[in-house]
Design a binder for this molecule. Structure first.
Ligand SMILES: [Zn+2]
Length: 446
C-alpha cells in the first residue's frame, strides 16, 4: 500500500509530462459531429492510445460497427479484487473561433495554472487523469481494471447499443466517470445525481402557403405566432417550467454559489436568474425546458407575409428518479393541448436520455469520498449535475449493483466547457489523479 504522500509525490512527478501530453491532445480538433473532418478524430484517438500505453495500459481500438471507434482495455489485477471501469471521452464540441475565443482553440496555452483550448477540460482532462492514475501504479494494478474512452459522447453515439450487445465486456463493480467537475477548482464535491434529457421538435402548420400580410394579416392565423404562444406556456412569469405533472423534488446537497454561477453562465449585467427556490433545486432536481432552435425565415430574408409553417426544437432536463419517457409524453401532450386557433401541431421525439442517482452506501463511493478528502486535504460535499450522460444509465442497466463515481477536472466556476475559452486547472488534474489512485488502492485492499 502506498501512503497518500507517496501517491501525491508520484502524481506530482508525472505532471510535467502529462501537461505536455494534454497540450498535444488539445491540438487534435477531435469533433465527431457529422460533416466534420475524420482525420483529427483518428489522430486524437491514436494520441490517446499512445499516451495510455506509455503509462502502462493494455488497450485496443474497439470497432463499434458504426461511427468512431472507442478505446477499450481489460487489465487483470490481483485475484479476488473488484473490477473497476474507468470512463472518459476523446471527442469534443466544435470550437468556431468567431464564438469568442481569445486564443486559437486548438493551440494549448497556459495562463495562471490553467491550460486553455477546446477539450482541455471536457474531456481530454479525463483521458489524462486515467493515464496518470495508471502511471501512479507503475504497472502494479490494485484491482481488475477496465478502461473505456469513447469518441462520440458529444454527438450521436454508437457505444450504447454496443454495450447492450456485449455486456460482459463492460460489467464492473464500480464505474469511475471522469467527465464532471467540482463547483470550483480545489473545492471537492462528488457528483451524486445527473438530470436526464429529453428532446422533441414541435411543428405548426396553419395555412397552405404564405399569405400577403396586408390582405390576410389580422384574420389568417400566423404559424410562427401560434408557435410563440405554445412556447410561452412552458414557463411561468418567474421562469419555472410549468408543464403539469412533471417530476421534481427539493435539493438537499451542497449548494451552488450565486455569484460564481452568474460569472460561469456569462450572464450580462442586470440579467436576473430565472425560476424560484434554491439554485441547487433549479439546476439539479427540477425540470427545465429550453427552446434550442426555431425554424422560421431569417430577419434578412423576411417577406411581408403571414407565415404558414414554423418549428421549434425543445430540450428538457428531467430530475433524478424521473421516467424520461413519461416526462417526454407529458411535454408532448402539453404542446398539443395549448396550441391556439385550431392550427395543426405535430411533435416528433428526438431523444430520451435517462437521469441518474448514485447509491451512497457502497464501498466505492465511501472510498471515493475519503480519497477526495485526502487528495484535496479538506472535507468534501456532494452535488448534483444538470448535465446528462446517457451511458451511465446504460452501464447501470448491465451491472445493476455497481456503484458509480462521477468526478473530473471540469470545474463549474471557470472551465467553460462547450463554450469559448474552455480551460482546465492543471493542479485539479493532479488532485484527481491522486483521488482516483487512492480510491482504486482502497478498493483493492478491501
Ligand atoms: Zn464531456
Amino acid at each position: 500500500m502506498m501512503t497518500p504522500e507517496e501517491v501525491r509525490s508520484r502524481a506530482k512527478a508525472l505532471m510535467p509530462q502529462l501537461t505536455e501530453d494534454l497540450k498535444d491532445l488539445v491540438s487534435h480538433a477531435s469533433c465527431s459531429f457529422p460533416g466534420y473532418p475524420v482525420e483529427p478524430v483518428t489522430n486524437m484517438r491514436r494520441a490517446s492510445m499512445a499516451l495510455l500505453e506509455r503509462n502502462g495500459a493494455a488497450i485496443r481500438e474497439l470497432d463499434l460497427g458504426a461511427g468512431k471507434p472507442a478505446i477499450y482495455g481489460d487489465m487483470p489485477g490481483p485475484e479476488g479484487t473488484p473490477t473497476v471501469l474507468l470512463y472518459a471521452h476523446y471527442d469534443v464540441q466544435p470550437a468556431p473561433i468567431e464564438a469568442g475565443w481569445d486564443t486559437d482553440p486548438w493551440t494549448a496555452e497556459i495562463r495562471d495554472g490553467r491550460l486553455y483550448g477546446r477539450g482541455a477540460a471536457d474531456d481530454k482532462s479525463g483521458v489524462i487523469i486515467h493515464a496518470g492514475t495508471l502511471g501512479v501504479f507503475e504497472g502494479q494494478l490494485p484491482v481488475n481494471l477496465r478502461i473505456l474512452i469513447e469518441g462520440e459522447e458529444e454527438t450521436v453515439s454508437h457505444i450504447g447499443p454496443y454495450v447492450d450487445a456485449h455486456p460482459e465486456m463492460f460489467q464492473a463493480d464500480a464505474y469511475v466517470i471522469a467527465d464532471m467537475g467540482n463547483p470550483a477548482a480545489g473545492v471537492p464535491a462528488l457528483t451524486t445525481t445527473l438530470r436526464g434529457n429529453v428532446v422533441c421538435i414541435v411543428r405548426v402548420r396553419s395555412l397552405r402557403f404564405p399569405a400577403h400580410s396586408g390582405l390576410f394579416g389580422g384574420a389568417a392565423p400566423d404559424a410562427l405566432l401560434a408557435l410563440i404562444h405554445i412556447l410561452a406556456t412552458l414557463h411561468d412569469d418567474t421562469g419555472d417550467t410549468v408543464v403539469s405533472g412533471l417530476a421534481k423534488f427539493e435539493w438537499s446537497g451542497t449548494e451552488m454559489e450565486e455569484d460564481s454561477f452568474r460569472v460561469a453562465a456569462g450572464m450580462v449585467d442586470g440579467a436576473e436568474l430565472i425560476g424560484s427556490g434554491t439554485l441547487g433545486a433549479r439546476l439539479w432536481s427540477r425540470p427545465a425546458a429550453s427552446v434550442i432552435g426555431i425554424d422560421a425565415p431569417t430577419v434578412k430574408d423576411a417577406a411581408n407575409v403571414v407565415l404558414p409553417e414554423a418549428a421549434a426544437k425543445i430540450s428538457m432536463r428531467v430530475p433524478p428518479g424521473a421516467d424520461s419517457e413519461h416526462e417526454l409524453a407529458l411535454l408532448i401532450d402539453h404542446l398539443k393541448r395549448v396550441a391556439p386557433w385550431g392550427v395543426e401541431v405535430e411533435v416528433e421525439k428526438v431523444r430520451v436520455g435517462y437521469p441518474f442517482s448514485a447509491r451512497m452506501d457502497g464501498p466505492a463511493v465511501k472510498a471515493a469520498m475519503a480519497a477526495l478528502e485526502a487528495a484535496y486535504e479538506t472535507s468534501s460535499g456532494t452535488m448534483g449535475s444538470g448535465g446528462s450522460i446517457p451511458l451511465v444509465a446504460r452501464l447501470q442497466g448491465i451491472s445493476p449493483d455497481a456503484e458509480v463515481i462521477l468526478w473530473g477536472a471540469e470545474d463549474i466556476a471557470q472551465a467553460k466547457i462547450h463554450a469559448s475559452n474552455e480551460s482546465v486547472d492543471l493542479a485539479e488534474i493532479e488532485r484527481l489523479i491522486v483521488a482516483q489512485a487512492l480510491t482504486l488502492q482502497a478498493l483493492g485492499a478491501d
